[in-house]
Ligand binder design. Structure first.
Ligand code: SF4
Length: 255
């Protein structure tokens, strides 16, 4: 395992949104999706602007912040796409679990394959991951392909697989007016989520344009130019359709 080197785009020492409590968040480099609203296009390529760490170096760096984590915080690995560096993530999480640290994986699910060889490796990762934070960007296959350049079949399979294996999940859906807020799609998503047994939280993330400047810096044309952010009412409507409050860990349950 000594030759595993994680490619990392950036580190956040005091994350408050990517998992419970205070998190040390590791944003790894590389993603095969091309979401039109991506606010981290600088993470796409496998080599640009990266730091490299062995799993032990990464964990030692994170552990310096352990006092902030208290009972429920810990380490989150996000991206880019964390599953593209499955071996690195697994080894960092193994070290964390030895110390009783909570581990969360934030993923688009795109690399997941429902195939025996892949599942064998994935199960080892699952064993040391306390929480999966999974983005479901679109239920409709064609709209998903248009939005991300990729199928959603394996992503939905991952959600089912995690549920069958009793792994806790937070589900996130980015709400883009006129693109990911269609009634039929949201209803399909609600019905799909209702079949899963281990969801703790469902969050609507309002689309924002903070990443546009990165597209421009990288010389890329921003595909959603002119698309506005959703209103509070639109976000509330989507939350109602998805029944977000029915999930036990939903942040709005104590309003
Ligand atoms: S999966 Fe995430 S990192 Fe990859 S393109 Fe989509 S939003 Fe960007």
């Amino acid at each position: 395992m000594e030759d595993i080197r994680g490619k990392v785009n950036k580190l956040e020492t005091f994350g408050l949104v990517d998992g419970p409590g205070v998190r040390y968040v590791i944003f790894v480099q590389g993603c095969a999706m091309r979401c039109q609203y991506c606010h981290n296009p600088d993470t796409w390529e496998g080599t640009e602007g990266i730091m490299e760490f062995t799993p032990a170096q990464m964990y030692e760096k994170a552990k310096r912040y352990k006092t902030y984590w208290k009972d429920n915080g810990g380490i989150t690995i996000s991206g880019g796409e964390a599953l593209l560096q499955l071996d690195f993530v697994r080894e960092v999480f193994k070290l964390a679990k030895k110390d009783g640290v909570h581990t969360a994986l934030d993923t688009s699910g795109n690399p997941f394959r429902n195939e025996p060889k892949y599942l064998e490796k994935f199960k080892e990762l699952m064993d040391v991951t306390d929480l999966f934070i999974l983005d479901i960007k679109e239920m409709d296959e064609e709209r998903h392909k248009k939005l991300t350049g990729c199928t959603n079949k394996n992503i939905l399979e991952l959600a089912k697989f995690l549920s069958e294996n009793n792994k806790k999940m937070w589900i996130r859906h980015v709400l883009v007016p006129g693109i990911t807020d269609q009634q039929d799609d949201l209803e399909q998503l609600r019905d799909f989520l209702a079949e899963l047994k281990t969801i703790q939280r469902v969050e609507i993330l309002p689309y924002h344009t903070l990443g546009v400047v990165k597209w421009k810096t990288l010389g890329k044309e921003y595909p959603l130019d002119g698309v506005r952010t959703p209103t509070d009412e639109e976000v509330k409507r989507a939350e109602e359709i998805l029944n977000v409050r029915q999930y036990p860990d939903c942040p709005y349950n104590n309003d």
